[in-house]
Structure formats: structure tokens, C-alpha cells
Design a protein. Structure first.
Length: 265
């Protein structure tokens, strides 16, 4: 078995290395490689030829990984939480590494997560959490409209920007703006206005498979999972064909995670 390791945090590295070194010592027949040279003690990964990737860090580290290494995005990913929230992680770096040994025997579940894509100006980007169209001038509102591919208008008005989020992203930026938490098993996306001028502009749960066109009267940033991908006045949002495949030791208990990791006092 070939396993790539990606460390996406600059703090708490001692705890990460302690977990990783103990895990390596407990496994046999596993080849370990460093993704992006993030682990100096391991050989560098070339060509993306691995069976699994272990990502250390918070939820932002997982997002950074799938955007900087698209060639590894569809590999099974074991996310070891070493950040602040760790909502998407399966285990925490503070736990015993022996708890994940069954993974190396193939005893695990795959939790597939949908992504969205944004097409604009002959460019394309994808997002696990959300795609944001944001006014370039922070002191101004933009007039933004959202229209389905067959022509029906979903919303239109003045706002600071617009979020289109996956169910995975419903617990991130969208939630901070008052959007609902959507169970990841529901095939949908969220369309959430940012600071709308009118109270009639409300968050909408929209079918995942129905394409929407987002148009702004002002040139706006296109931001995918927090990464600025370009500028445009018009973008098409549709499903992304690939999925992120998260390794789970048990069937995910989403509402337990909400209580214990996200909604804790």
C-alpha cells in the first residue's frame, strides 16, 4: 500500500509528527511519501501514484490540498484534524494513532462529497465548500442576478456578493450568513446573498443538477473555497464531475458532529 502524507498547518507540527511517526511504526507493508515536500523525513511523491492520502490540518487544510493537488483529489483521503474546528476530519491528532490501523487493512467506508464548478472567461474552477461572486470594491454593492439554465430567474437585486454552496459548505461561510445547514446526503446546493439590500432576498435551497448563471453589473471576484480564481461579470455554476472521497471509520454521524464540533459553546 502506498500512502501520501500532506501537512497543511504550520502550528502544532510537533503533535502532527508524533502522531505520524507512531503511525508509521505501527504499520507494515506500507510505503510512505510526502506530498508537496510537506514532510522532510519522507520521500517525495511523484506522479500521484498512491492508494490513499492522509491530510493533517483543519478543514481549510483539506480545501487547500484539493486545490493545490487536483491529481490526488479523487483518492481516498483520511483527514486527521489538527486545526480549530476539524468538522470534516475523521480522527483528531490528539487521539491514539492505533485507532486508524484498520484503514490499512481496507476496513473503512468512503464518504463521497459533491463539488460545484464555475465557468467564466474560458476558465473553470471547482469548490467543495462554496463558489463566491464578490464585488471587487468593498465599499459598494453589486447588482447580481441568478438565472436557471432554462431561463427562470431565481433572484436578483443589490448585494455585496453571492454564495453558491454545496451541502458540505452549508456549515461554513453560508452558515455564517444565516443560511441553513443542509444534510450532505441531500442532492442540492445553496444560493445565499451576502448582505442583500432587500430583505426579500433570502437563502434558497436549489437542485444540485440544475445549472445556474450568475451575472453581475460590476466586475466581481470569483472565489472558490476561499481562493480567488479570477474576475468576471458572468459565470456558469454546474456540478463538477469528480467527487472528494473521505475515509470514514464508521458511517458518519452528521448531527453528532454538529453538536460536538461546530455548535459547541
Amino acid at each position: 500500500m502506498r500512502v501520501g502524507v500532506y501537512i497543511g498547518v504550520s502550528y502544532g507540527v510537533d503533535a502532527v509528527m508524533q502522531f505520524l511517526n507512531k503511525l508509521i511504526s505501527l504499520t507494515q507493508g506500507v510505503e510512505w511519501f510526502s506530498v508537496d515536500n510537506s514532510v522532510a523525513a519522507l520521500s517525495s511523491l511523484e506522479g500521484g501514484n498512491v492508494d490513499m492520502v492522509i491530510v493533517f490540518g483543519g478543514d481549510g487544510s483539506l480545501l487547500r490540498f484539493i486545490h493545490t493537488h487536483p491529481e490526488l483529489m479523487s483518492k481516498p483521503i483520511l483527514h486527521v484534524g489538527a486545526g480549530r474546528i476539524n468538522f470534516l476530519s475523521e480522527v483528531l491528532v490528539t487521539e491514539e494513532p492505533s485507532s486508524v490501523l484498520r484503514v490499512f487493512k481496507g476496513d473503512y467506508y468512503i464518504d463521497e462529497r459533491d463539488l460545484l464548478s464555475a465557468s467564466f472567461n474560458n476558465s473553470k474552477c471547482y469548490a467543495l465548500n462554496e463558489i463566491v461572486m464578490r464585488c471587487m470594491d468593498p465599499g459598494r454593492m453589486a447588482t447580481i442576478s441568478v438565472t436557471e439554465e432554462h431561463g427562470e430567474e431565481v433572484m436578483s437585486g443589490r448585494m455585496d456578493g453571492l454564495i453558491t454552496a454545496t451541502p458540505t459548505g452549508s456549515t461554513a461561510y453560508s452558515l455564517a450568513l444565516g443560511g441553513p445547514v443542509v444534510d450532505y446526503r441531500v442532492k442540492s446546493k445553496l444560493i445565499v446573498p451576502i448582505a442583500p439590500f432587500s430583505r426579500t432576498l433570502v437563502p434558497i435551497v436549489h437542485p444540485y443538477d440544475v445549472k445556474v448563471r450568475v451575472t453581475s453589473m460590476d466586475e466581481s471576484y470569483v472565489i472558490c473555497d476561499g481562493f480567488i480564481k479570477g474576475k468576471t461579470m458572468n459565470l456558469l455554476i454546474e456540478p463538477w464531475p469528480e467527487k472528494v472521497r473521505l475515509v470514514r471509520l464508521r458511517r458518519i454521524m452528521m448531527y453528532e458532529r454538529l453538536r460536538t464540533r461546530l455548535l459547541r459553546p
